[in-house]
Structures are given as C-alpha cells and as structure tokens.
Design a protein around this ligand. Structure first.
Ligand code: GDP
Length: 373
C-alpha cells in the first residue's frame, strides 16, 4: 500500500468511530426523555350544587398506622402536676396539716378548680375519719377512690340512632362540633370520621366553618385521610346552608353520619351563639337528626375552657365534651370541673395530632394515670 492509502484508511476508521459515539449518545438521550408512565388524566371538576361543592373522596395511599397510643403514656405532663406533691406526702410518716396543704395546692395547680377541690378534700376528710386512715399511701388511695366515684356513672356513649325504617326517606345522624377557634375541632372531626368508618359507618363531613380561610382546606385533607365525603361552601358563606346541603346529600346517598364543623369565631360573640343555634335548627329542618353536640375544649387552657363550656352549653344543648391536647397539658384536672361543675360528660380525649390520637374517656384509666407516679 502506498503511504497516502494508509492516511485515507486511518481517516475512515476515525470517522466511523465518531459516528458510533454520536448515534449511541442520541439513543441514550431519547430514552431519558421518554415518559416512564403515561401522563395521568386531569382530575374531574367537583360537581357544584347551589354554591356548595361536593367532593368525592380521593383515592389515597394507605398511611402507615402506628400502634394506638394509650392515655397513660400520653399523660406525662398531667401526671407531673401531681408527682411532686405525692412524693412529698408519701415521704412523711403520717398525715399532717402540710399533707392537706400539699394536696390542695396540687389539685389547684392541675386546674381542678376551687369549688371541686374543696368538695373532693371534704369528702376525703370524712373518709379518713370514718376509716381511721393514718398512712399517707392509704390517704392517696382514698383520694383516688373519691375521684373515681365522682366521675362514675356518666353516659359517655356517642349517640347514634340507626334509621330502621327508611321507607319515607333516609335520615342521617348529625353530630355537631362546637368550640372556639384553635381548640382542635377540625382535627377531632378527622379522627372521629376515621373511627366511625372503621366501625362500619359511612361518613360525610360538612365544612361549616366558612369564616376561617383555612378551615375547609384542612377538612378536605382530613376527609381524604378518613375516606369520607365532604361538602364545603364558599368562604364567608352561610354555614347553615353548608350543613343543610350536607344533610340533604347524606340523606340522598344513605350516608349514616354527618360530622359538621362550625365556626369558632365571628365578629361578635352574640352572633356566634345565634349562628350556632341556627345551624342546629337547620340541621334538623330536613332529613337530619342531631344526636350529638360535642363541645371541643383545649385541655391546655384549663379553667378558661370552663367559661367557654358554660357559654356554648347554654346556646347549643351540648351533649358531651371532647377534651383535646391532654398530651401537652398539666391541667388535666379540668376534667373534674367540666363533669362536676357543669354536669357535662367528657366523651373523648385527644392525645396527639395524628388520626389515631383520640380515645374514649375512661375515668378509671384517667385517674390511675394521674396517680401512677
Ligand atoms: P380548630 O380551629 O378548632 O378547628 O382547631 P384545629 O383542628 O385546626 O387544631 C388546632 C391545632 O391543635 C392544630 O395544630 C392541631 O394539630 C392541634 N391539635 C388538635 N388536637 C390535638 C391533640 O389532641 N393534641 C395535640 N398535641 N394537638 C392537637
């Protein structure tokens, strides 16, 4: 071969190599651009009825469910309110005037309230005398007994009346949730919806808090989590209209239970109570039956919660209390004030922010947890 032939051959080899590299790069780029799955279909618009949107539950990935928390585990702060006093009392050889002072102080610090504290200690003194109690440990046992006795006997069931005869149209149960802003109404509705779904009931949520901008959004998230339907209105709209539409929709679709959120704050307090009365009337105007009005109280607010309970109780015929945030409160004593002073049963307690953190109120477990130092 002549020398120029070698040069031509070398040029051809280089050109072929370059062509192979370019082609394989292009292929690689195309495979990165290609969609790995077909694009998802756009979500359908929610159907509109009279300004009220009706949202079907989305399909959501199942949550990883943590084992249920117990009341005892979550009551560390409430327990701590008593712990110091109990240790002091148990450290003495007998029952002295300091013992009584310490007990009184601990009860007041836990927000049991002055009236109920006096009542409890009077009962305890009588018990000590009658049973000739001299040992500090026996005294604390007797106090536990007094506390349990005062919480015994209340009806803590969540009332639900099944519609046995739906020939003249289905009649859903309605549970109204009332209480001031921030106490945990929306969160509690989500938790209750989940429990009721697990118990086999179909649930629809009514976003009746049309005054707080984020409330309906928040309830939408909870409805997805609890696989419940949701009826929401326009922001600033009429809460009664939302609840009315929700009840009508539940009746039309034979949904067992409507959980209705309500506003916790309006422009003036008088208007709020008036509005809540109206919501209740309207909820029963059509097919609905209001079988529970649950007042939600934040345990961390202590005795302030009591003033709210009085006001809401007068306006809305409260049937029970949900005490939230007991997990973060040293003021668990508010339970005694609510039950003894107001005669309202605490039915549920919130012990955290996730969907499983709501438990039925069990007085024996509650009192036991306070004394378990
Ligand atoms: P609403 O304004 O009454 O509807 O109150 P939200 O449901 O929006 O709750 C207010 C805040 O309290 C939120 O940050 C909730 O996560 C929180 N919350 C509600 N219940 C509980 C509870 O039982 N324990 C704790 N630690 N936080 C709670």
């Amino acid at each position: 071969m002549k020398p120029w032939m070698y040069l031509v051959l070398a040029a051809l080899v280089i050109a072929f190599g370059v062509a192979v590299v370019v082609v394989s790069r292009r292929r690689a780029e195309r495979s990165i651009e290609a969609p790995s799955r077909p694009p998802s279909a756009p979500s359908p618009e929610a159907p509109q009825r009279g300004g009220t949107a009706v949202l079907e539950p989305d399909i959501v990935e199942p949550e990883v469910v943590a084992p249920p928390a117990t009341l005892r585990e979550r009551m560390a702060r409430a327990r701590s309110a008593f712990a110091g006093a109990f240790t002091g009392i148990l450290g003495r050889s007998g029952i002295t005037s300091e013992t009584w002072d310490e007990l009184e102080e601990a009860l007041l610090r836990a927000d049991v309230g002055i009236g109920v504290t006096t009542g409890l200690l009077d009962g305890l003194r009588a018990d000590v005398k009658e049973r000739s109690i001299t040992e500090p440990a026996e005294l604390l046992d007797a106090l536990q007994g007094e506390m349990r006795q005062r919480l015994a006997g209340a009806d803590r069931t969540l009332h639900f009346e099944p519609d046995e005869d739906a020939t003249d149209g289905f009649s859903p149960n309605v549970w109204l949730f009332v209480g001031v802003n921030g106490v945990g109404k929306t969160t509690t509705i989500g938790k209750v919806a989940e429990q009721q779904r697990v118990a086999g009931r179909s649930v629809l949520m009514a976003a009746g808090d049309t005054f707080r901008a984020a409330a309906a959004e928040q309830l939408t998230t909870w409805a997805e989590r609890a696989e419940a339907e949701l009826v929401r209105g326009n922001e600033g709209g009429d809460p009664s209209a939302v609840v009315f539409d929700a009840v009508e929709r539940a009746a039309a679709r034979s949904i067992d239970l409507v959980l209705a959120d309500t506003a916790g704050r309006l422009h003036t307090k008088t208007n709020l109570m008036e509005e809540l009365r109206k919501v209740r009337r309207v909820a029963e105007k059509g097919a609905g039956r209001v079988t529970e009005v649950l007042l939600v109280i934040d345990a961390t607010t202590g005795q302030n919660g009591l003033a709210q309970a009085r006001e809401f109780g007068d306006a809305t015929q409260v049937t029970g209390v949900v005490l939230t945030k007991l997990d973060g409160s040293a003021k668990g004593g508010i339970v005694f004030a609510i039950e003894i002073e107001l005669g309202l049963p605490v039915k549920l307690v919130g012990i955290g922010e996730t969907i499983g953190d709501l438990v039925p109120f069990e007085p024996d477990e509650f009192v036991g947890a306070l004394f378990d130092v």
